[in-house]
Design a protein around this ligand. Structure first.
Ligand code: NAG
Ligand code: NAG
Ligand code: NAG
Ligand code: NAG
Ligand code: NAG
Ligand code: NAG
Ligand code: NAG
Ligand code: NAG
Ligand code: NAG
Ligand code: NAG
Ligand code: NAG
Length: 767
């Protein structure tokens, strides 16, 4: 069966049934086609003409021609096109064809964060990196709102001469929208259009302009210029500023609105291909495709080339938590970022009684400056047949115009339904509440406070409440906390590397937003209020923090590889929160593990000077792919090399963390062989310090290492024996983990180079 057959057959039905378009479209699909450039006949001046000639040589009966979408120049050898099945069959038989993959789709997944991260204007990383001056961050996202104040270019020097990007024109976007901050903006939509998306029908812009606000938010988080008095309806008020405030931004729009946001693989590859050609230094991708073997994952394939060219690729770990094996973007040449909370919360002050008998504080992100003054408050007074605030427990007659006190959890459905003026919820779960949950003037209090309110209400019987909204609380404890939705490791397809790599702020992050997109739902009808700044949560928000900080590090250490920069971030990350406990997991309320937070929370100040790094180059990753038993073809697609060697196949990548897989056993042992590189000028001596639980025996050889100076290297081996039946065994994230740390502590120096050593059950043979 081929397209022409379908087409002619269905043409007959067209008049009566009117379904031919759908069925023809069924047979005609978008593909990513990998070609072997060495097979190109010499008569072609370049590979693009070869691909075009190949496409036009495919039979095109009844006028159904292949449609060329993109020729890829850097990240893969090949192109994307829309083909009939029969055309694909012909193509697959032609010399030079390597492999074909069908189109896939990926999904989306601050005033205070610089300070929380210890960034200060006059000392440390910001001034040392000159605020990321001269670094170019490419953001692959939903587009950008160029008029946002976060993209002002006041006092910025001219665009770097090496920049080859451009500012594309399109719907409500032209080159005047770019400046010395936003130096490039492009849009890639051919794949989505082929999939049937009509952009004008969904109101999205067929241009780099941001319809959602997500891309504006991530871009300004990475490299927004300072904006004074930014806030989300007076919450989090202060100067909003990106991580690398002087770095340049280039937007590559690939995510388009269609009920939710989706990106086509063909478009994403084209965007990353172009970003490399344009000359970005860092790529930030707050989107992910389903985890497949790497050669089928567009981001993994494109990121390999970026890595080879020294470009740092930072990606969101995904919002698939809290269960294990939910990591996206787990390729070892990508920096994979999980999300944590910061030490900031949003509050309301609640006063009970006409004369202010009891004043307490609770969480609220209600957007309006509402005056709640001596409003009657309703509580069942203990003689209720139903638990108050259960579904259909409230009588609208009792609560109209009043506040309701709910003493056992949040049920905004019921308080909305009954027409209460507002509600105070006593709950353990206020940490899970998002801005969108405060469509009415609600306050959530912890149960301890809830009990004191209850006691008071029972005594006072008929009383009133007054509330002050729009308060911001700093120094919240504990912080950071691994947020429930952050995807947990290890990666299902590549479990021999610990992922995520690192944790960064990703909860209620304030950054620029598209001002014409409703952000704050209000009232029972969910009308939306507009704002130039929004509080958003997601690993999408964590990712650009790390992209911006990577730009700062790269500005200071221009000769470091992406792996060296990631190593600096990872080995200096912290795992102790602001109450001196291990960073906790929001879901369980107890200490998390490296499968939740990777090497720990990012600490940019320490990352600038890590002492030693675990470096990697392309060949190391090839050795890892060989160790995974990838076929030559798979490796060729990822690396675009045809004469690589698998002589050094190994799953022991020189990574800054250590992972031991237990495959249906409780005990195993593994010998890691790693190489450290000194990145300080002077000679130094380091001593291995192991912190391991009783179920883990660790021996490092040699136990001390001397380095001559900058870029001197030294090898060590680490033998780990694991018994998951003994000691500090933790059931977490669907995998039993046992973990410790290896630190290389500088003798007579300050550097500590720390790596988690994790034992976890392999994802196989489970489903
Ligand atoms: C871009 O569009 C604006 C508004 O329509 C217009 O004023 C400006 O001249 C345009 N710039 C270019 C370079 O076309
Ligand atoms: C748009 O969304 C609809 C509904 O979910 C889906 O059926 C359709 O395939 C989507 N179109 C594209 C181009 O993704
Ligand atoms: C897309 O939608 C617009 C508005 O509904 C319509 O005018 C246009 O013809 C559609 N385009 C295609 C290619 O279907
Ligand atoms: C519930 O208790 C209040 C206060 O004790 C009393 O006024 C009210 O009549 C009682 N309602 C019912 C239905 O018993
Ligand atoms: C409660 O107080 C209001 C005004 O303060 C009053 O109108 C109402 O009758 C009182 N209700 C009861 C049950 O005492
Ligand atoms: C945490 O420990 C440090 C150093 O031991 C100490 O200075 C600090 O007060 C402690 N903080 C808390 C909240 O216990
Ligand atoms: C790769 O193949 C070798 C030889 O068959 C086998 O020992 C090894 O376990 C395989 N590795 C993986 C990751 O499957
Ligand atoms: C691959 O081939 C090129 C050109 O013949 C050669 O320079 C290179 O060393 C080869 N690489 C390997 C790993 O064999
Ligand atoms: C675990 O063992 C099974 C059976 O020997 C094997 O098929 C699978 O590949 C192993 N998994 C890993 C992650 O090594
Ligand atoms: C490191 O050493 C080089 C040459 O030995 C010297 O030029 C440079 O200033 C030194 N840097 C620092 C930070 O000491
Ligand atoms: C592994 O250890 C657990 C206890 O942690 C034990 O219940 C189980 O039987 C052990 N399995 C094997 C294969 O030894």
């Amino acid at each position: 069966m081929d397209c022409s057959f379908f087409f002619s057959l269905l043409y007959f039905f067209l008049l009566s049934v009117g379904m031919s378009a759908a069925l023809v479209a069924d047979d005609r699909r978008t593909y990513i086609i990998h070609m072997d450039k060495s097979a190109m006949p010499s008569l072609f001046p370049d590979h693009h003409s070869w691909y075009m000639s190949t496409l036009s040589s495919l039979s095109s009966l009844n006028g159904v021609l292949p449609t060329h979408l993109y020729t890829y120049n850097h990240v893969l050898d090949g192109f994307s096109a829309v083909l009939c099945r029969s055309q694909l069959d012909q193509l697959e038989k032609m010399s030079g064809h390597v492999a074909t993959y069908p189109e896939t789709f990926g999904k989306l997944q601050t005033t205070h964060t610089p300070k929380f991260l210890g960034l200060e204007p006059n000392v440390g990383l910001w001034p040392e990196a000159n605020f990321g001056d001269d670094m170019i961050i490419g953001v692959v996202d939903t587009g950008i709102w160029p008029e946002s104040e976060s993209f002002r270019d006041d006092e910025m020097p001219p665009v770097p001469e090496r920049w080859r990007g451009t500012c594309e024109s399109g719907v409500e976007f032209n080159s005047s929208n770019c400046n010395r901050k936003l130096i490039g903006a492009r849009s890639f939509s051919k794949g989505m259009k082929e999939a049937g998306l009509n952009i004008s029908k969904t109101d999205d812009y067929d241009s780099p302009r941001d319809y959602d606000g997500h891309g504006t938010h991530t871009s300004s988080t990475a490299a927004g210029s300072p904006v004074q008095d930014a806030s989300y309806f007076n919450y989090a008020k202060g100067t909003a500023i990106g991580m690398a405030p002087k770095a340049r931004l280039a937007m590559y729009k690939v995510l388009f609105f269609n009920y939710t946001y989706e990106a086509a693989a063909t478009d994403t590859i084209a965007a990353m291909d172009q970003a490399i050609a344009d000359g970005v230094d860092i790529m930030s991708l707050s989107l992910g495709f389903f985890e497949t073997p790497f050669e089928q994952n567009p981001i993994a394939v494109a990121a390999f080339t970026a890595m080879e060219k020294g470009i740092i690729v930072v990606c969101a770990a995904g919002n698939g938590g809290p269960h294990g094996f939910t990591i996206l973007n787990g390729a070892p040449w990508i920096t994979t970022v999980g999300a944590g909370t910061i030490d900031r919360d949003y509050a309301a002050e609640v006063t009970l009684g006409d004369i202010g008998d009891l004043t307490v504080s609770g969480k609220s992100i209600y957007p309006l400056d509402l005056l709640v003054s001596r409003v009657p408050i309703y509580f069942g007074y203990g003689n209720r047949s139903k638990e108050i605030c259960d579904d259909y427990s409230l009588d609208p007659k009792d609560v109209a115009g009043k506040y309701v006190f709910c003493d056992s959890g949040v049920n905004t459905f019921e308080t909305d339904r009954a027409g209460a003026a507002g509600a105070i919820f006593s709950t353990d779960d206020s940490i899970f509440l998002q801005p969108g949950d405060f469509n009415n003037p609600y306050v959530a209090v912890i149960p301890e406070v809830g009990n004191s309110i209850k006691d008071y209400l029972i005594k006072a019987k008929n009383t009133t409440v007054s509330i002050k909204f729009q308060l911001t609380v700093l120094g919240t404890k504990p912080a950071p906390i691994v947020v429930w939705f952050s995807s947990r490791g290890p990666d299902r397809k590549s479990p021999w590397i610990l992922k995520p790599d690192i944790l960064a702020p990703g909860v209620n992050i304030l950054a620029a937003y598209a001002p014409n997109r409703g952000i704050a739902p209000i009232g029972d009808d969910y009308d939306y209020l507009l704002s130039d700044f929004a509080l958003l949560s997601g690993t999408s928000m964590a990712c650009p923090h790390v992209a911006g900080i990577s730009a700062l590090l790269k500005a200071v250490h221009r000769d470091w590889s992406p792996a060296a920069i990631r190593s600096a971030l990872m080995t200096t990350a912290y795992v102790i929160d602001n109450v001196n406990g291990t960073i906790i997991d929001m879901t369980t309320g107890i200490a998390g593990t490296p499968l939740d937070y990777g090497s720990g929370h990012i600490d940019p100040i320490k990352a600038i000077d890590p002492g030693l790094v675990y470096d990697l180059e392309a060949q190391d990753y090839i050795n890892y792919l060989c160790g995974m038993n990838y076929t030559n073809q798979q490796i060729k697609i990822i690396t675009k090399r045809s004469n690589f060697s698998c002589d050094q196949a190994s799953l022991d990548l020189n990574y800054p963390s250590f992972m031991i897989l237990l495959n249906n056993t409780n005990t195993t042992s593994y010998i890691f062989k790693r190489v450290l590189t000194s990145v300080v000028n002077s000679s130094s001596v380091y001593r291995a310090v192991v912190n391991a639980p009783s179920g883990m025996k660790v021996v490092v050889e040699p136990p001390a290492i001397a380095f001559d100076g900058k870029y001197s290297t030294a090898k060590f081996s680490m033998t780990v024996e694991v018994d998951a039946g003994v000691g500090n065994v933790r059931i977490q994230s669907d995998s039993i983990v046992n973990y410790g740390y290896l630190s290389w502590n500088e003798v007579k120096g300050k550097h500590v180079v720390r790596s988690p050593v994790v034992a976890a059950f392999a994802p196989y043979p489970r489903a």
